[in-house]
Design a protein around this ligand. Structure first.
Ligand code: ZN
Length: 154
């Protein structure tokens, strides 16, 4: 695992991306279960609050997590984890399990992807009424880092 910093902050200079006017942040999340959906919408909102227009890239720096946008409804969150369990069952004779016992976590991560892009309009995340941003823990509990790279427009 990487360095431990505050829960929300700016990236060190060497972690910033090249760009015309980037403003970057990150968050650290301690997950509490082997698999779970953690709603990070408010924490992303906090990091973009000083941006009027542009977009942000929410990107997980791990190989056994995913970042998704969907509805924060408890039964749906359970359905998503059930779906992943059905598509990629645990312990199905994966070769990576010979060294790390978490091949299913990596494979589920590939299905979800490491990041998403969210537009920022008039100082707010331009999400639909029922859209929330989730970190999906697939091999927890662990301490996770999610970067939020912001690109301002105008
Ligand atoms: Zn592994």
């Amino acid at each position: 695992m990487g360095r431990v910093k505050g829960t929300v902050g700016s990236l060190a200079r060497d972690q910033q991306v090249e760009g015309s006017n980037p403003s970057d942040g990150f968050m650290q999340i301690q997950t509490s279960k082997e698999t779970e959906l953690v709603d990070i919408t408010e924490r992303v909102r906090e990091l973009i609050k000083d941006v009027k227009d542009g977009f942000c890239i929410v990107f997980s720096k791990h190989t056994t997590t995913g970042i998704i946008i969907n509805e924060n409804e408890p039964r749906l969150k359970a359905d998503i984890l059930t779906m992943l369990d059905e598509i990629v069952p645990k312990g199905k004779g994966y070769r990576h399990d010979e060294i790390d016992s978490n091949a299913h976590s990596h494979l589920r991560s590939i299905l979800l992807g490491p990041g998403i892009v969210v537009p920022i309009e008039n100082g707010s995340l331009a999400l639909g009424a029922w859209q929330s941003i989730f970190l999906v823990e697939l091999d927890g509990p662990r301490r996770r880092t999610v970067n939020v790279n912001i690109v301002k427009e105008g």
